[in-house]
Design a protein around this ligand. Structure first.
Ligand SMILES: [Zn+2]
Length: 254
């Protein structure tokens, strides 16, 4: 495909993604979040750490996360903008799918697969595959199916065929289960920033919870400290992989 045809194809396909700004260089990681706040909760420390190391990170929020008891679409968007700034301004886009009605339909798969082809992330991060929240399990299915579709040739998807090398899974779950992560990232240095990014979502984690003991953030910090304890550091973030992970050497383990 020559450049002009490619450019035309991208221009046409961009109509499906209002106001999108394509990153100047392909992303190293695209974090797919069912709702604004899930990326921060699940892997805000890792996002912050990798951004500081020069990685090109992006987040796509599949829905606007609303309605919620203390939120509104406008407030949630503003909270997302603030949280994103606190993390270090990863590329971010909202796909505009419908909150509470998220399903891994062919139409939604087409939408996410087209986005993957346009922004070409090397790796994907999806919500962990077991959850009580139907939007979260739908998002997991959607990521896996869209990843497969994004490599298809001779299709009418946006962009050109592209296959993210890996899918990893972060934990932002509504199910009271004990996670068995594949690895834990040391986020001791990034904890304060992660906590501030989460607290930017005042409508979700502060409003209406003022009198709760222990507070949401106390519980959340204890959880991060537990994951840190398992690897001998202050705070950690757990991740899972369905496939084995290859190591080049044993030099950089915690
Ligand atoms: Zn969520």
């Amino acid at each position: 495909m020559d450049r002009e045809t490619l450019d035309q194809g991208i221009a046409v396909s961009l109509e499906a993604y209002p106001n999108i700004i394509i990153p100047e260089r392909p992303l190293d990681i695209l974090v797919v979040a069912p709702h604004p706040d899930d990326a921060e909760l699940g892997m805000g420390g890792t996002i912050c750490k990798l951004l500081n190391r020069g990685w090109n990170i992006g987040i796509v929020d599949l829905t606007d996360g609303e309605p919620t008891p203390h939120g509104s679409p406008e407030l949630r968007a503003e909270e997302t903008r603030q949280a994103n700034g606190i993390l270090g301004n990863p590329w971010r886009y909202n796909l505009g799918l419908r909150n509470r009605f998220l399903e891994p339909t062919l139409e939604n798969r087409r939408c996410l697969a087209g986005l993957i082809r346009l922004i070409r992330p090397r790796w994907l991060f999806a919500p962990y595959w077991q959850d009580a929240h139907p939007d979260h399990t739908a998002a997991t299915e959607l990521v896996e199916a869209a990843r497969f579709w994004s490599k298809l040739s001779n299709s009418d998807l946006a962009g050109t065929p592209f296959h993210p090398e890996r899918v990893f899974y972060y934990y932002c779950i509504h199910l009271k289960l004990h996670a068995q992560p594949t690895w834990i990232m040391d986020i001791s240095q990034e904890w304060d920033i992660k906590a501030r990014a989460i607290q930017a979502y005042r409508s979700q984690f502060i409003a209406g919870r003022e009198s709760a003991e222990p507070s949401f953030m106390e519980r959340f910090r204890e959880e991060a400290a537990y994951w840190g304890k398992l690897i001998g550091v202050r705070y950690g973030e757990p991740f899972a992989s369905k496939e084995p992970i290859g190591l080049r050497d044993l030099a950089h383990l915690v």
